[in-house]
Design a protein around this ligand. Structure first.
Ligand code: FES
Length: 332
């Protein structure tokens, strides 16, 4: 199947690797860019240059109330002094988006970790970008890059209604006919069959949006060449654990073995043993806790690793992933 979910780059935030930097940035601008979506510009209070990033990257934002969330960078990657993010209000969410919309004011300070990129744009002759709603954010910088490198590309952009679709005017003004805007209340569901029915060698498909859209695109890309499709999910795919019984996790470098029960995550059990592992989302969607696996078979429950990376079973995201085997050995 020509499917490749988000790809992990070489930054492995384990004890043997440097941790992502964290800086304090200031909110320099805040605008409503669609119904329920605000765009924020963040910059260093002293005008210091910010870490570089590549299309598809996200940052961890630690809000003044202590909550941390991940947001894709959607500004100009060649501007070294500011980051732009866009935040969708999620009424049934955990409160981070409501805080950003209702309380985060101009001049407020936030902690920013990263940037990290688990959704990189790989070289290709042609790209087909498919965005659903706020899923447009990581794709914005990708299509600028595709334009800059002279690649052929098109964007299919869906959303509930025109008013809910952020950056719609910016896209159509800059890129004209390369962009097809298809609000659901005018056009119905995205016509994926028309866009994806014929496998196109040399074309990479990048998709970001809600889970039903990703599932539909994955189905439509069955039959495409391997790794043609790359997707980014906002939340980890929920699935029942394969193994319900407790399992043992050996921490090879620290010489300890912990028992993981149904009530605990591997990450919690490891920390209870006094071994620190960096984490951020703790939902299997950011990649921060990526940990090398030396023996055993993980039960991958994250939304970061690509299919071939899962099959290799040499790393896992212990905040959500568990074990298929009675014993796992981690390089911790
Ligand atoms: Fe984000 Fe584990 S902390 S994937």
């Amino acid at each position: 199947m020509g499917v490749d979910t988000v790809v992990v780059q070489s930054l492995l935030p384990t004890a043997s690797q440097p941790s992502p930097s964290t800086v304090t940035l200031e909110v320099r601008s805040k605008h409503v860019v669609a119904d329920g979506v605000v765009s924020l510009t963040l910059a260093h209070p002293d005008g210091v240059r910010l870490p570089d990033w590549t299309p598809g990257a996200h940052i961890d934002v630690v809000l003044p109330d202590g909550t941390a969330r991940q947001y894709s960078l959607c500004g100009d990657r060649w501007d070294p002094y500011s980051y732009r993010i866009a935040v969708l209000r999620v009424p049934e969410g955990r409160g981070g988006s409501a805080y950003v919309h209702d309380q985060l004011a101009l001049g407020a300070r936030v902690g920013v970790g990263g940037p990290r990129n688990h959704f990189p744009l790989v070289p290709a002759e042609r790209y087909l970008f498919i965005a659903g709603g706020i899923g447009i954010t990581p794709l914005l910088s990708m299509l600028r890059q595709a334009q800059m490198t002279g690649a052929d590309w098109q964007l299919l952009y869906g959303g509930r209604s025109r008013a809910s679709m952020a950056f719609r005017e910016e896209l159509t003004e800059c890129h004209g006919r390369r962009v097809q805007v298809a609000p659901q209340d005018e056009c119905g569901l995205l016509d994926l069959a028309a866009w994806l029915s014929e496998p196109a060698p040399g074309t990479k498909v990048y998709c970001c949006g809600p889970a039903p859209l990703l599932a539909a695109v994955e189905r439509a890309c069955v039959g495409w060449p391997p790794y043609s499709l790359r997707t980014e999910r906002f939340t980890a795919a929920a699935a029942d654990p394969v193994r319900r019984a407790p399992f043992q996790v050996e921490l090879r470098r620290s010489g300890q073995t912990v028992t993981v029960t149904r009530e605990t995550s591997v990450l919690q059990a490891v920390r209870q043993a006094g071994v620190e592992v960096l984490s951020s989302c703790e939902q299997g969607s950011c990649g921060t806790c990526l940990t090398p696996v030396l023996e055993g078979t993980p039960d991958h429950r994250d939304s970061v690793l690509a299919d071939h990376e899962r099959a290799a079973n040499d790393c896992m995201l212990p905040c959500v992933s568990r074990s298929r085997s009675a014993r796992l050995v981690l390089d911790l």
